[in-house]
Design a protein around this ligand. Structure first.
Ligand code: CUA
Length: 314
């Protein structure tokens, strides 16, 4: 896993992470050294030229020194130029996407990530990628601005509605890394987290093949429970009765619910199906209409599975 942990930053696990860290450390240490120098000299002068009782000393009237002026203009200018050109070089490296990169579509929405692969796979909150391979992410948002951030890769990019943003990286070590949304996007923002799972190339190919096949053997309720985790339903719905963004699933099946328009209905298979495909049709009283539709993202068998799972939550 994350074996390379340091005091300040998580282990550097992408091809650009080392470049980012070198520049970061350069800025940190030069500004740190200048800070200490300024504070030390300031304290020395404060003590050296303090007002002493009994002596009305007149300080020097000198207010200009040519050599000092040149020194404190030239040295910072050189440092700023170094940081600019160094930063520009790293920036270019982060932004020029290799032609052979594999492309994955990323969708951010309140409050989860969806990853779509060309092979027809779509998963929530888990990005699976091969090691030592450039990966290009084509990203957009369904609602507000989110931001895709993998600290171990030193990579981060805003995810916008009505516009695509691109990000690429190449991971250098097999493992599991944290993924965060790093743009405040509403009350579920802190829950908008996921994992990046980096697999050896052979295992990635195997994973692609296995994931593309529809699961027809798992019992319905079990399939529903898997989907509850895989599709991140738990972000908004609890199964123990506690109140989250949406109503809890505990004990709702077979019981009446009240809607915000005053109507009531009994929760059954049809009700659950409609809630998944057209979530705004009936909104439970006291909750905001924020659920996204799962139209096109669930097969009929998967919808059956979710209903069967909710039925078990007595
Ligand atoms: Cu999405 Cu914060």
């Amino acid at each position: 896993m994350d074996t390379n942990k340091t005091l300040m930053l998580p282990g550097a696990k992408s091809t650009i992470a080392g470049d980012v860290d070198s520049l970061f450390n350069f800025i940190l240490y030069t500004t740190g050294a200048i800070f200490i120098l300024v504070v030390v000299v300031m304290m020395y002068f404060a003590i050296r030229y303090r007002q002493r009782s009994g002596k009305a000393e007149v300080t020097s009237g000198r207010d200009y020194n040519h050599v000092l002026e040149v020194i404190w203009t030239v040295i910072p200018s050189i440092l700023v130029m170094v940081v600019f050109f160094w930063g520009f070089k790293v920036y270019m490296k982060m932004n020029i996407i290799p032609r052979d990169a594999i492309e994955i579509k990323v969708t951010g929405q309140k409050w989860f990530w969806t990853f779509d692969y060309d092979e027809g796979i779509n998963i929530v909150n888990e990005l699976v990628i091969p090691v030592d391979t450039p990966v290009k992410l084509l990203m957009s948002s369904q609602d507000v601005i989110h931001s895709f951030f993998v600290p171990s890769f030193r990579t981060k990019m805003d995810v916008l509605p009505n516009r695509y943003s691109l990000l690429w990286f190449e991971s250098t070590e097999v493992g599991e890394y944290d993924l965060f949304c790093t743009e405040y996007c509403g009350k579920g923002h802190s829950e908008m987290i996921g994992k990046v799972r980096v697999l050896p190339k052979v295992e990635y190919e195997k994973w692609l093949v296995e994931s593309a096949v529809e699961d027809t053997t798992t019992p319905l309720a079990e399939l529903g429970e898997q989907l509850f985790k895989k599709k991140a339903c738990f972000t908004c719905h609890s199964i123990d009765g506690s109140r989250l963004v949406g109503p809890s699933f505990k004990g709702i099946f077979g019981n009446p619910v009240k809607h915000n328009d005053g109507t009531t209905a009994t929760v059954d298979e049809n009700y659950i199906r409609e809630s998944l495909l057209d979530p705004q049709a009936k909104v439970v009283d006291g909750f905001a209409p924020v659920m996204p539709t799962y139209q096109g993202q669930l097969t009929d068998r998967e919808i059956d599975g979710i209903a069967a799972f909710i039925k078990t939550l007595k």
